[in-house]
Design a protein around this ligand. Structure first.
Ligand code: RI2
Length: 306
């Protein structure tokens, strides 16, 4: 069964499974499936196996605190449970992974409600990359009868913006695709920028797809409100205790498959948008200031701090 986990891990690495939320869901399914097929004979052995699954999934992509929080949530339930019976322990993993998924689902629903209320009729919205949380919120606004249009960037080098474009067009939302570098050109027409997040740090900074911080700069210069749409579950507790959020850097071949020899290419996948550029984080607690995010996470999901 470890091969099934390895397969999930490979899919995450290759971006076949992508987006923080989808990655966390895949990790929950993988650990649950693994537990159900375990051959471990004792609680200790079982825990060792779960740690192995965790390490394998943690190693896939560096900037994925949602997945890390999800796996810690499940494994801590087994650690805290004195049960020695294997069947019972497997049930603990199953129940905890299901519980995490339902917390994630509930968060998305609440975000869609709060975020869709913030959208004004007739507004023009700009988004970057593909965030399933953002598109869900936009679709909710459309369902509620709000009239608005969306500009989305194509998002080099992996072009996830096309996924956003397709989803929005299918939802009947007037959508315009632009190249990333056209963001400032259109900014004066934009009423509101909304982006997703991969990580939220203890200082209220947000890590999201490369280019996000440039869009935030452009938005600030044009005095356009810039919102992050994210579950608080993407908060990284390690940043509270001194660690920096690691920024994944991927293969140069994603930028240029056959470059001239000796050319150096860099391909960081995420960047950090400082809290001063963020109007608000649209999250499961409502629309909150990034300055307060640590306390709000502590109130809503105290377990994240371990
Ligand atoms: P949801 C994506 O990263 C984007 O940066 C997006 O904003 C973020 O994940 C959150 O996506 P990648 O996995 O969790 O495509 O909202 O590198 O779907």
């Amino acid at each position: 069964m470890i091969n099934a986990v390895r397969e999930t891990a490979e899919k995450i690495k290759r971006l076949e499974i992508r987006g923080a939320r989808n990655i966390a869901i895949a990790a929950m399914e993988a650990i649950d499936e693994y537990a159900r097929h375990t051959k471990a004979g004792s609680r200790e052995e079982f825990l060792k196996e779960l740690y192995l699954v965790k390490e394998m999934l943690f190693a896939t992509r560096e900037t994925e605190p949602l997945m890390r929080n999800a796996l810690r949530f499940v494994i801590s339930r087994v650690e805290e449970n004195g049960e020695k019976n294997m069947e019972e322990l497997v049930k603990v993993v199953h129940a905890a992974s299901k519980q995490f998924l339902s917390i994630l689902e509930e968060s998305r629903e609440r975000i869609a409600e709060f975020g869709s209320r913030r959208i004004r009729d007739g507004s023009v919205i700009l988004t970057h990359c593909h965030s399933s949380t953002v598109t869900y919120m936009l679709r909710r606004a459309k369902e509620k009868g709000k009239s608005f249009e969306v500009f989305c960037t194509e998002t080099r080098p992996f072009l996830q913006g096309r996924i956003t474009a397709r989803e929005l067009v299918e939802a009947g939302i007037r959508t315009t695709l632009i190249v990333d570098s056209a963001a400032r050109f259109f900014m004066n027409k934009i009423d509101m920028v909304v982006v997703g997040a991969d990580a939220i740090t203890s200082e209220g900074n947000v890590v999201n797809k490369i280019g996000t911080s440039m869009m935030a700069l452009a938005a600030k210069e044009a005095r356009t409100p810039f919102y992050v749409v994210s579950e608080l579950l993407k908060f990284d507790p390690a940043t509270m205790y001194g660690d920096y959020e690691k920024i994944e850097e991927r293969s140069p071949s994603e930028v240029w498959s056959k470059p001239p020899g000796n050319l150096l290419i860099r391909n960081p996948v995420f960047d950090v948008t400082r809290r001063d550029f963020i109007h608000g984080i649209i999250c499961e607690e409502g629309i909150v200031s990034p300055h307060l995010v640590t306390e709000i996470v502590r109130r809503r999901h105290p377990w994240i701090f371990g």
